[in-house]
Design a protein around this ligand. Structure first.
Ligand code: FUC
Length: 334
């Protein structure tokens, strides 16, 4: 296995580096020190053709310009917090009346400190760390976060997240990669099948904030308990998905028949937020093509959003004496 460093650009006087983690089959995972952004995952299809299976921009300025969070690490807290309120703390309001993805600037907008991990058999990795000062975006507590991306010889991306605070605060990070297994976005996500081990989803209101109600997926367009065609699901639910699902077993599987590719996600987190990019007809280019509806599927592994306002959701409170530790793995196969 090898790890290659490439110059990617500059932000003021700070250099942005792209790391290429290459396994013995040539399958490659690429990420930046900026935002801990995953810029490409090149894995074989059934004919052994190595192609990129995530949405990427081809230049740094696009990552800085468009708020799509392609591949980025989101924090301190992913998703919306209604009115940015937690007890008497007022968090940054960066989406109308609400707080989203940790405020601004958030984890996806900064240069992380990095450390290369090359001393293990069958794995290479990059460790990212960052210290967020107390009061940033309204959150109490000096928070030290360490995220590690490992890439293995059997095409698995393993993400571990650890964090420690010196004061009671909130923590619910995610990685915001959008997948498209057809390779180089040749087809949309409508040719994909999705399976989620979830029997309930969180209802959201018109402003995309959870209402607190957990609804049964059975007999609805939210039932992905069996492998389900996204084309059929999106027909039943033309507004698309921007939906938190509470997981039973921490498992999500995405497949695409024509390429033969399969992605199996396993996580210790409580939920997955599925975002289908429905209606995103934009002028910018993604993997060299015009961004369009259903070009990618974001699968955001996290605790349920807006948990501070809903007792039935898992707590995202981080205590000084109980550091956060979680793991999500993404295994690609054919
Ligand atoms: C997801 C969604 C949001 C937003 C963002 C870019 O996290 O929940 O609605 O569009 O992605």
């Amino acid at each position: 296995m090898k790890l290659i460093k490439r110059h990617y650009g500059w932000i003021k006087d700070q250099e942005v580096i792209e790391y290429h983690l290459v396994n013995n089959q040539g399958a490659t995972f690429k990420c930046l020190n900026y935002g801990a952004i995953v810029t490409a995952i090149l894995v074989p299809d059934k004919n052994k053709s190595l192609e990129n299976v995530v949405l990427s921009f081809d230049q740094l300025s696009d990552y800085l310009t468009y708020p799509t969070y392609f591949g980025a690490l989101i924090g301190r807290v992913a998703g919306r917090i209604r009115k940015g309120q937690w007890l008497d703390h007022q968090l940054t309001l960066n989406e109308g009346k609400h707080h989203i993805h940790g405020g601004e600037p958030n984890f996806s907008h900064l240069l992380w400190e990095t450390k290369e991990i090359t001393n293990q058999a069958d794995t290479v990795g990059i460790q990212f760390s960052h210290r967020s000062p107390a009061g940033e975006n309204g959150y109490p507590g000096n928070l030290v976060t360490t995220v590690t991306y490992f890439w293995t010889n059997n095409q698995t991306w393993i993400m571990t997240i650890e964090a420690q605070t010196d004061e009671r605060t909130l923590f619910n990070p995610t990685n915001h990669t959008y997948f498209n297994l057809s390779g180089e976005t040749k087809r949309t996500i409508e040719t994909h099948q999705l399976q989620i081990s979830s029997e309930v989803y969180a209802e959201i209101d018109d402003e995309k904030c959870p209402t607190g109600r957990l609804l049964a997926v059975k007999d609805t367009a939210y039932d992905f308990t069996q492998p389900t065609s996204l084309q059929k699901a999106l027909k039943k639910n033309p507004k698309g998905y921007d939906t938190p699902f509470k997981l039973q077993e921490g498992k999500v599987v995405l497949t695409e028949q024509e390429s033969g590719r399969k992605l199996e996600i396993e996580t210790t987190r409580e939920s997955v937020v599925v975002f289908s990019t429905t209606g995103m007809e934009e002028d910018y280019l993604v993997n060299g093509k015009k961004m369009c509806s259903h070009l990618g599927l974001a699968l955001e592994m996290q605790e349920l959003p807006d948990a501070v306002h809903h007792r039935q959701f898992q707590s995202i409170i981080l205590e000084p004496d109980k550091p956060h530790s979680s793991q999500t793995s993404y295994h690609f196969s054919v």
